[in-house]
Write a protein that binds this ligand. Structure first.
Ligand code: DCC
Length: 225
């Protein structure tokens, strides 16, 4: 095993947090994340005068000083509580504590299906008024990966193939995925992302259970939101 894989595995942590403690943290940090996400949008779109921008910056710097007083050196990793409840709260697509995440709250079925309705604001723009193609890839990677994981066949993304069929608007969107087939350690998943006018992006992903995880309980290596 290489040092980098060993270091990565240290970020899969059983911290034995109780369900009550996890609920407390979700209630505390969820609104903080939502507020920071709104801040990103407001900072992008504000048209107030210069003194107001400078005053807002002071407030933000002050909030950062407060939060930095005790800080995890990061990254967040994946944590399991006492009941087996998992938190991938740093996940860039779906992490409860990650304001960069759209966020996605993905619904999954154990037969290997996943779906999510979500909203992308101005912070996810690529072409003018449209969703950035890399963000579409982020969303589809997560939703396809979640479908594989839901069926107990999780894996790292080996290959993700996308076909951008029509421009993806910002605003209300939908993504869904289903397992096409499982071939040994490979799970092949298909899916799409759609907007009000229909399918915008089609996807196929090959998710591979890495060598270091083979023979382990799949729940112990999966990476849920
Ligand atoms: C589990 C927790 C996470 C669970 C995560 C769940 C959340 C999902 C959403 C987030 C997903 C991500 O962002 S994941 C992050 C992005 N992805 C990565 O960083 C992956 C980086 N690459 C790797 O770690 C590795 O290359 C792997 C794991 C993909 C494969 O390496 P390996 O484990 O050594 O595989 P190996 O034994 O050689 O090959 C096994 C089989 O897969 C085929 N194969 C090998 N590489 C590829 C490939 N890139 N694309 C297609 N097929 C491939 C081989 O031909 C072989 O087929 P055959 O001979 O058996 O037919």
């Amino acid at each position: 095993m290489t040092d980098s894989i060993a270091r990565q595995q240290l970020l899969y942590v059983q911290d034995q947090a109780s369900d009550d403690e996890i609920a407390r943290q979700a209630e505390l940090y969820g609104p903080l994340t939502d507020s920071v996400r709104e801040l990103i949008e407001v900072a992008l779109l504000t048209e107030v005068d210069d003194p107001e921008v400078r005053a807002a910056l002071e407030h933000i710097e002050s909030a950062k000083r407060l939060l930095r007083q005790r800080i995890n050196p990061g990254p967040y990793g994946v944590r399991w509580g006492a009941s087996g409840q998992k938190r991938a709260w740093g996940n860039a697509a779906a992490g409860l504590r990650n304001a960069v995440a759209p966020p996605l709250i993905v619904e999954c079925d154990p037969d290997g299906r996943a779906r999510v309705d979500f909203h992308l604001g101005s912070a996810y723009e690529g072409p003018a008024g449209l969703t950035h193609g890399g963000v579409s890839a982020l969303v589809l990677d997560q939703v396809l990966g979640a479908a594989a994981e839901a069926a107990g066949a999780p894996g790292m993304t080996g290959t993700l193939t996308l076909r951008y069929r029509r421009p993806t608007p910002l605003g209300a969107l939908h993504a869904e995925a289903r397992i096409d087939r499982v071939e040994g350690v490979k799970t092949i998943v298909t899916g799409h992302l759609s907007g009000p006018d229909g399918v915008c992006v089609e996807a196929e992903g090959v998710f591979i259970l890495p060598r270091w995880a083979r023979g382990k309980d799949s729940a112990a290596v999966s990476d849920p939101a």
